[in-house]
Design a protein around this ligand. Structure first.
Ligand code: SF4
Length: 136
């Protein structure tokens, strides 16, 4: 685990976009199943509105952004609020590597979309391990 606490995995809001749903699904898989003791998440809008407690946490702990598309709203919000950005992921990159795994819809990813989310979750979990290894 990081010296200061957990790694913050922060997905974009991605409302109305299936790739946003993939990013959030991957994040939940990481914080609830793959690395529950090492990682946690927060609502991105708390950074946007400048919530002081959240700003302090994200400035003192490693953050990983998980964005649905190249607009990278999560990454930009972390950077703009001077969070400790340790790594960033984009669902579009993972989809490019796995072109057959196109999600079905925003509300129902379908088996392919869920598989895409699991692949992304494994990548994020591996990155958390790397961060914690280097942070000791
Ligand atoms: S990164 Fe893309 S999918 Fe995510 S909130 Fe921004 S515009 Fe929407």
């Amino acid at each position: 685990m990081s010296k200061n606490g957990k790694v913050f995995v922060i997905p974009c809001s991605g409302i109305g976009k299936a790739l946003g749903t993939v990013g959030r699904t991957a994040t939940y898989e990481v914080v609830e199943k793959l690395r529950p003791n090492e990682a946690t998440t927060i609502c991105l809008p708390l950074l946007t509105i400048g919530d002081e407690a959240i700003l302090k946490l994200t400035r003192n702990n490693p953050c990983i952004s998980v964005d649905g598309c190249p607009l990278q709203c999560a990454r930009k919000n972390i950077e703009a609020s001077e969070g400790k950005l340790a790594a960033s992921f984009m669902v579009t990159d993972v989809l490019r590597e796995n072109r057959s795994l196109k999600p079905e819809a925003v509300t129902e990813l379908g088996p392919k979309g869920l598989k895409l989310a699991s692949i992304l979750a494994e990548k994020i979990a591996a990155q958390i391990d790397e961060i914690n290894k280097n942070d000791r």
